[in-house]
Design a protein around this ligand. Structure first.
Ligand code: AMP
Ligand code: MG
Length: 348
């Protein structure tokens, strides 16, 4: 048995079992640095020329999306946000339109917990920066001021070629969603070029199609506290696995950690949840849901997951307890050391 271990930034993706040496040679892997993360593309069973062409095409798509969707590097989205802030009509480039339309739906389904209109609050907290923020949290009045204005995706009115907002405090930031949407587009691109078996993995968030030979793709979910893999999963056919966690980005000030996932209801960083992993068919919804469920927390994750149509959810709380629905429980293969406190919910 040949085992290939692929080290990644935020997760391990590993292919296990059943691969002969010749089969392994059919696995083509390339990495590109986009969206501030390493995107790892694995293609199985396509000839090398096609695989190279496909990866090139995906990398080019990603570069364009990075430019068109970036919330603070100058580009179409920063221009759109400036127009919203001034109360005017902003131009919406074609690639942004479906992102806005779909995130509006997911905003509603998540009861506003997934809220890409949150850019102004992210800026207050210093998360709209390529550097890790440092320094004290924003003043309470500034946070309360943002909460009182309550910008939401339901303030946004998409029109032919452009957009207006009923609320000038709306500042779009697709940080919780763009990677999922981009991974979906990448899979679409690969398929259109004739690739049948592939994984597009952006720092542990991935979508897979087909399988590498007779066995399914097998992927690892990174342990949220520390190193290694919490659990392994077999990915069946066409599925996405997305994880959101408070360990990814944060500001630490005077011993307090402020995570990059913010609760739009309070304006404060979420507490109590270490990570949420979901499996879903498409990456965009999986990405939005993983973030929303971190905000929902132990009390509300089940209800919100249902509303968002999720069937497989695993949540790790700050005390290390693992909460999951039975369908997810049937799929995760915990690695040593296994979590001691595992709580299975009602079915989703
Ligand atoms: P993810 O890693 O997919 O959970 O996305 C986290 C990123 O989404 C953060 O770095 C912020 O840019 C943004 N974000 C934080 N809180 C929210 C929220 N409640 N709704 C939507 N986006 C958020
Ligand atoms: Mg997300």
């Amino acid at each position: 048995m040949v085992r290939v271990i692929l080290p990644l930034l935020a997760a391990l993706l590993f292919l296990v079992g059943g691969c002969s040496a010749e089969r392994n040679e059919e696995l083509y892997r390339q990495q590109a640095y986009v969206f501030g993360t390493i995107v790892d593309i694995s293609i199985w069973g396509s000839d090398r020329e096609l695989a190279e062409r496909a990866v090139d095409a995906v990398a080019r798509d990603f570069q364009r999306m990075h430019y068109e969707w970036h919330a603070w590097e100058p580009g179409p989205l920063t221009e759109l946000n400036a127009a919203i802030a001034s109360g005017g009509r902003g131009e919406v480039v074609p690639s942004l339109r479906p992102l806005i339309a779909q995130s509006r739906v997911l905003y509603e389904r998540s009861e506003g917990l997934f809220n890409p209109a949150i850019g102004g609050l992210l800026r207050l907290w210093g998360f709209q920066s390529s550097e890790r923020p440092n320094g004290p949290p924003p003043r309470e009045e500034a946070i309360a001021g943002w909460v009182a204005l309550a910008p939401g995706m339901d303030d946004v009115i998409l029109e032919e070629g452009g957009l207006t907002s009923r609320n000038r405090a709306v500042q779009l930031d697709f940080g919780a969603f763009a990677k999922g949407y981009a991974v979906d587009l990448a899979i679409e691109r690969l398929r259109a070029l004739g690739v049948e078996n592939a994984i597009v993995n952006g720092g542990g968030d991935l979508r897979a199609i087909g399988r590498p030979g007779k066995r399914p793709w097998r992927v690892g979910i990174r342990h949220p506290q520390g190193q290694g893999v919490l659990a392994a999963l077999e990915v069946q056919g066409d599925e996405s696995v997305f994880t959101s966690g408070n360990y990814e980005r944060y500001n630490e000030f005077e011993g307090v950690r402020y995570t990059h996932i913010l609760d739009p209801r309070t304006g404060m960083p979420v507490k109590g949840i270490t990570s949420v992993t979901v499996i879903h068919d498409n990456g965009a919804e999986a990405d939005a849901a993983a973030t929303a469920l971190v905000v929902a927390g132990v009390e509300a994750w089940h209800r919100i997951a249902r509303k968002m149509g999720m069937k497989y959810v695993m949540l790790v709380d700050e005390a290390g307890a693992v909460h999951m629905d039975p369908a997810m429980a049937a799929r995760v293969i915990f690695q040593e050391p296994r979590p001691v406190d595992v709580r299975i919910s009602e079915p989703l």
